[in-house]
Design a protein around this ligand. Structure first.
Ligand code: FMN
Length: 226
């Protein structure tokens, strides 16, 4: 067994015990990956949404960054443009799947669930924590819309840079903010020798009340064949 393999075996502890809450595992694995040099963009996840135009269901996927994990409630948060393609698809069909993969660790986590917009106060707080350049970028880009040229895009950026030149605290654009993905299914995958991987899938029901608040049931878990 090589050094990397033996490290994986030490770190990957799903074999014997399945945790009650898979989101706790996600939080821990994110923290571990963040500390390593061989897992850049360790919070990147492939986010799939569903387009429902013309009656046909068509998945679309892109990478976004997971910026928060609420282990107790069981949701994760990503930030994006509320006028983007993914946002339009979430408007039509507020469900998504997200996949994390840390190749150097032989680990994958898949999530599925219901998506709701983050409270405005949380989006404000996160936007305020971003670098000024990223804040200007959020104002400058009509994400997912066509533009004539790269030069035209840079002109849009120049315009907002000028507009906010004398503004110390740039406000959050109304078209930019967070989404919470409330997890109703989670699958943990650990690479095993000879492709005998370790898999387990947790599911729970998410109740939604009249105010749109989500109330999750308890998790149940089954081990899956690789
Ligand atoms: C590593 C990486 C991280 C990214 N993070 C984000 C992100 O956090 N939010 C975001 O809106 N787009 C992010 N993007 C860009 C998206 O992949 C995508 O191009 C963009 O959100 C538009 O997607 P849409 O047209 O499907 O809405 C990231 C791309 C990469 C490669």
């Amino acid at each position: 067994m090589g050094r990397a393999d033996s490290l994986r075996h030490k770190m990957n502890d799903l074999h014997d015990s399945l945790p009650a809450n898979p989101i706790a595992k996600l939080e821990r694995w994110l923290a571990e990956a963040r500390q390593r040099r061989d897992t850049p963009n360790s919070n990147a996840m492939c986010l799939a949404t569903v387009d429902q135009q013309k009656g046909e269901l068509m998945p679309s996927a892109r990478v976004v960054l997971c910026k928060q994990v609420d282990t107790e409630s069981g949701f994760i948060v990503f930030f994006t443009n509320y006028d983007s393609r993914k946002a339009a698809e979430l408007e039509q069909n507020p469900v998504a799947a997200a996949t994390f993969h840390w190749d150097a660790l032989g680990r994958q986590i898949r999530l599925e669930g219901r998506v709701v917009k983050s409270p405005a106060s949380e989006s404000d707080a996160y936007f305020a924590s971003r670098a000024r350049g990223s804040q200007l970028g959020a104002w400058a880009s009509d994400q997912s819309q066509p533009i004539a040229s790269r030069v035209a895009l840079l002109q849009q950026l120049d315009k907002v840079t000028e507009r906010f030149a004398d503004t110390e605290t740039i406000p959050r654009p109304p078209h930019w903010g967070g989404y919470r993905l409330w997890v109703s299914a989670a699958e943990i995958w650990i690479e095993g020798d000879h492709r005998v991987h370790d898999r387990a899938r947790w599911v729970r029901t998410l109740g939604v009340d009249d105010h749109g608040d989500v109330h999750p049931d308890d998790w149940t878990v089954v081990r899956l064949q690789p």
